[in-house]
Design a protein around this ligand. Structure first.
Ligand code: NAD
Ligand code: DAU
Length: 351
């Protein structure tokens, strides 16, 4: 098959990136998909074993912070488009080690922007730099209201500040150098392959191991959860049909207070493990709050839904069950990622 496009996906060995890579290599056999990933603790090639030998897929191990390496990669591959997901992504880690977030999320992004600008020069037809971002750049909501694309940025954690900064740089390259860009800001994702430092897989893993379930603060913090494959679909839709220079919010219209979510998950996992319902809830433990903890996120995705006709396909009840089933079935995956450095991280974060 003649290849029509070479697309660089950064961070493709991570949680969302691996779902996106799989979608793209399957759906577009005429695209060459190059997955660039440093394979940090969060990157895992086991996420992609089913497609690793596809002829339109290639993995390259590399660091977006390495300017010379990135420049050469763009020269070698002559990418037509970039979908940029590589990032340090966990808020708690950004509180203990903010510097790595500045390096990867801000400097790494500008190295990619610069490399794209260098090879695309004036020839910008059919080129696109797609930056994948987060709703956390908008800060925190009260009891009511939603984040729209017009909401002013108000990041509160080193993670969200670094993502906000990268969004600004991407827009600056559009306005200053006409670089064709698009940005999406998505709410909390959940589903298979998420590293168990994040709430949902952490809770499933702890229930399985009869460990306490740490709830920060009063447990009434609210998140808007989206099934990860719906996020990958939204990125595909925006990549192909989004308007250059625009921002699209992506969300599941699926708000949960953390405690309610964890209680539901407890019951789902009890059911799957054949334990008496109520067993896992006894493991819930309220712990010290996250500093600067954003109270509520909720996305208004009207623009994406009306202009580009995307909508989420998986409802919460079904999604939580599929997620719990995946973690309970993929024991080897879970054991591999929770051995070694995860144990150190866990005891530092929770003890
Ligand atoms: P993740 O932590 O699971 O994966 C990040 C990937 O980036 C890993 O594979 C890691 O190895 C790679 N990476 C990190 N530093 C790198 C570097 N210097 N060079 C090359 N690769 C590097 O993250 P995720 O949850 O899949 O998030 C992906 C993107 O989506 C991030 O940009 C994040 O900000 C954004 N996002 C995440 C969510 C969410 O709920 N997880 C929601 C909205 C937006
Ligand atoms: O909103 C999008 C963001 O969602 C992404 O940009 C981030 O990359 C992603 O990590 C996620 O950030 P959160 O901080 O919202 O996700 P996390 O799973 O860490 O936490 C979800 C909520 O649960 C949050 O209110 C903190 C709380 N929490 C989390 C952990 C890990 C707990 O109460 N206990 C925990 O042990």
């Amino acid at each position: 098959m003649t290849l029509t496009k070479t697309v660089l996906i950064t961070g493709g060995a991570g949680f969302i990136g691996s779902h996106l890579v799989r979608l793209m290599v399957n759906k577009y056999p005429d695209y060459k998909i190059v997955n660039l990933d440093k394979l940090t603790y969060a990157g895992n090639l086991e996420n992609l074993t089913d497609i690793e030998n596809y002829s339109n897929y290639e993995f390259v191990k590399g660091d977006i912070n390495d300017r010379n390496y990135i420049d050469q990669l763009f020269v070698d591959y002559q990418f037509d488009a970039v979908i940029h997901l590589a990032a340090e992504s966990h808020v708690d880690r950004s509180i203990t080690n903010p510097l790595s977030f500045i390096e990867t999320n801000i400097l790494g992004t500008i190295h990619l922007l610069q490399a794209a600008r260098n090879i695309w020069k004036e020839n910008l037809t059919d080129k696109l730099f797609y930056h994948v971002s987060t709703d956390e750049v908008y800060g925190s909501l009260g009891e009511t209201g939603f984040f729209t694309e017009e909401t002013a940025y108000d990041p509160r954690s080193p993670y969200s500040a670094s993502k906000a900064s990268s969004d600004h740089l991407v827009r600056a390259y559009y306005h200053t150098y006409n670089l064709p860009i698009v940005i999406s800001n998505c709410s909390n994702n959940y589903g298979p392959n998420q590293f168990p430092e994040k709430l949902i897989p952490l809770v499933i893993n702890n229930i399985k191991n009869n460990k306490t379930l740490p709830i920060y603060g009063d447990g009434k913090y609210t998140r808007d959860w989206l099934w990860v494959k719906d996020h990958a679909d939204a990125i595909d839709v925006i990549f192909h049909n989004g308007k250059v220079g625009e921002t699209y919010n992506i969300g599941g219209n699926n708000e949960w207070k953390n405690l309610d979510l964890v209680e539901s998950l407890c019951d789902v996992v009890d059911g799957l493990l054949g334990r008496e319902i109520g067993t896992a809830r006894k493991l819930i433990s309220f712990v010290k709050d996250r500093p600067g903890h954003d109270r509520r996120y909720a996305i208004d995705a009207t623009k994406l839904m009306t202009e580009l006709k995307w909508s989420p396909s998986v409802q919460a009840e079904e999604g939580l069950k599929m997620t719990a089933e995946w973690y309970l079935k993929n024991t080897e995956w879970l054991e591999n990622v929770t051995s070694g450095s995860y144990q150190n991280y866990y005891s530092k974060q929770y003890n």
